[in-house]
Structure formats: C-alpha cells, structure tokens
Write a protein that binds this ligand. Structure first.
Ligand code: SF4
Length: 334
C-alpha cells in the first residue's frame, strides 16, 4: 500500500504544491493535502501555537493538527532559502520544530532542509534526501519524479502568470471571465492572498464588484527583480522582495487603478516592506491605496467596512477627481 504523505495547506502551499505533489506521486506516494482553512482549523492552530506567532504560522499548526491521524508521514520541510542569494523568513526554518513540539499525536515528519542560498542545484540533493527518507531509493524513478515536478511547476506558473489565482489552478477550477470595471494590484504573501478563510473571501468580494486583480505571483519574477534593483540596498529577503518589487511595478503602471496590501499582524517582513510601500505610495502614488492588517481576531464586519471604503475611493476617483490623490496629503516629511 502506498505511503500516505500529508501536506498542510498553509505557508508556501499555494506556491509549491503542484511541484511537490507531482514529485511525491511520481515516486509512488499518496499525497493528502489538508482541506481549506475553516474556523475549527484556525482555532486548533491558535490553541497549539505560541501566542506571538504570526497568523499564517498559527493557521499552519491547525492544518498539521487536521492531518495528524489521516496520514503515515507529514511533510514539513525546513525552508531556509528558495532562491540563490536570498533568505526567507526564519519562521519557515523553524516550522518543523514548532510543529513537532506543539502539535500532539503527529506522525513522523519529513523535515528535509531546502537551502538554495548558494546554488539552485541544492534542490536536487534535497529531493533525493526526501525520497530516501520515504524509502524510495531508485535513482531512475527519483530523476523521473524531479523532471515531472519541474514540468508541473512550469505549467502551474504559466497558468498563474496568465491571471489565474493559484488556489483556482490547484483546484483545477477553470478561469471565469468577469465583467470588470477596474483593475487593482493586490499585494501580500500567498498564504494571505489565497486562503479564502483567512482573508474573508477578499478576492471573491473584489470580483463580485467587477474588480480584477494582479498579484505578485502573476508577475514575471524578472519584473520584480528589476524593480528591486532600484532600491539603494539589495533586498535579500525573498518575500519582502516580492512585495516591494510588485508594489513598485503596480505604482508605475497606468492601467492599474489602485492598490490593496494585505499584511499579517506580527509579521516582521510586512512591518518593513509594508512601511516602505506605504511611504512610497503616500509620496508618489496618485491612486487609491489601502493596507489591510489581519490577525485571528479580525472580524468580517470591520474588514468589510474597510473594503467598502476602498471601493468608494475607486468609484469616487473614477467619476470625480482623477487629478487628486485619493489618500490625502503625505504626512511624511521626507
Ligand atoms: S513572512 Fe511574516 S507572515 Fe510570513 S511567516 Fe514570516 S512572520 Fe509570518
């Protein structure tokens, strides 16, 4: 019988699931993702994680708990770096320990380290380690799995670059065409943008109002890298780079009508990148811009009020005052 490998639907799930799902399936494992986030999953995550963890880490704990009695092994990789010369948030590196010591009754974890800081080829070594830890030792099969995973990842990225959101691509829901009256940049980490419970159905709400979105994942990474080259210091945090590079691109794009940033309370990367984006937007951006900061206590009512205010800004600007900044005068002196 095939070994069942659980994959919690959190953190970088919406970035790398097609890749890892294809790899493990090609090896002969049965892949079991946790379901979409629910209140129960979030509550368990809050219960089993430390108080000052950021919301996405708490949600991840809840998904690990959900899978604990359904699988033989659980994949919680130690992500140190996913791009040459760049690190990601240290919380990704600490996830295996956080999960192991906080969530009860877990099956054995697969906690292979992925560290591409020096060389992208380290990924192949890490995948071999992962396969060996699952007792798959045939190199021909492992190589075949790696090639299939690379292909699946290219197809996934191509579909997302066409404007499909990763959650729809993963669920194989065909892209629906919407009647759009505006297009905005929606900035944030993938685990905030595509988790419809965590963001209270934000993308659906936008589309119902005829607002099309462009997210960092939909942009060619070269565009993001190029925009970050304009910064006075090199950005060596992958997630901060994605946020800042895409925000700078969106702010310069005359066909995009506004920008909404969704950030997590307690996130170090967001407090740095969000502050930078907000300052740039207030100084130079002449279109509607709003930051929505969320945590596990954020209520639907308050969230909806803020989104409605953003919709009003977009409508008001489109019909009345295209020459005025919609967010008021800058309060920053430099
Ligand atoms: S980047 Fe922010 S939201 Fe993401 S894991 Fe790190 S602290 Fe949490």
């Amino acid at each position: 019988m095939a070994v069942k490998v659980g994959i919690p639907r959190g953190m970088y799930f919406y970035k790398y699931y097609p890749f890892i799902q294809t790899f493990l399936t090609e090896l002969g494992a049965e892949v079991v993702p946790s379901p979409e986030t629910t209140k129960e999953i979030l509550d368990k995550g809050v219960l089993y994680s430390i108080d000052d963890a950021c919301l996405p880490v708490k949600v991840y704990h809840g998904h690990a708990y959900n899978l604990r009695d359904k699988v033989d092994r659980m994949l919680v990789p130690r992500l140190t770096s996913v791009s040459k010369g760049e690190y990601i948030c240290p919380k990704f590196g600490g996830l295996p320990e956080m999960i192991k010591y906080s969530v009860p009754d877990l099956p054995p974890l697969i906690d292979t380290e992925i560290n591409l800081i020096k060389n992208q080829r380290e990924l192949v070594k890490a995948l071999y380690k992962m396969a060996f830890s699952l007792k798959f030792k045939n190199p021909v099969r492992i190589n075949k799995g790696i090639s299939a995973a690379m292909k699946a990842n290219r197809e996934f990225e191509a579909a997302v670059h066409k404007g499909n959101t990763p959650d729809y691509v993963i669920a194989a829901i065909p892209h629906m065409s919407y009647k759009t009256k505006a297009r905005i940049g929606l900035i944030g980490h993938p685990y905030l943008l595509y988790d419809n419970f965590v963001n209270m159905g934000l993308i659906k709400k936008l589309r119902e109002r005829g607002i099309d979105i462009i997210t960092p994942d939909m942009l060619d990474p070269h565009i993001i890298n190029e925009r970050c080259m304009e910064l006075s210091k090199r950005m060596f945090w992958s997630s901060g780079k994605d946020l800042i590079g895409s925000a700078l691109y969106i702010m310069d794009n005359s066909s995009i009508d506004g920008m909404l940033a969704i950030t997590a309370f307690g996130c170090g990367v967001d407090s740095l990148a969000g502050e930078f984006i907000e300052k740039q937007a207030r100084k130079y951006y002449k279109k509607p811009f709003m930051v929505l900061n969320i945590d596990e206590h954020t209520g639907d009512a308050g969230f909806n009020t803020r989104i409605e205010a953003f919709f009003d800004l977009l409508d008001w600007r489109n019909t009345n005052a295209s020459y005025l900044s919609a967010h008021g005068r800058s309060i920053y002196s430099s």
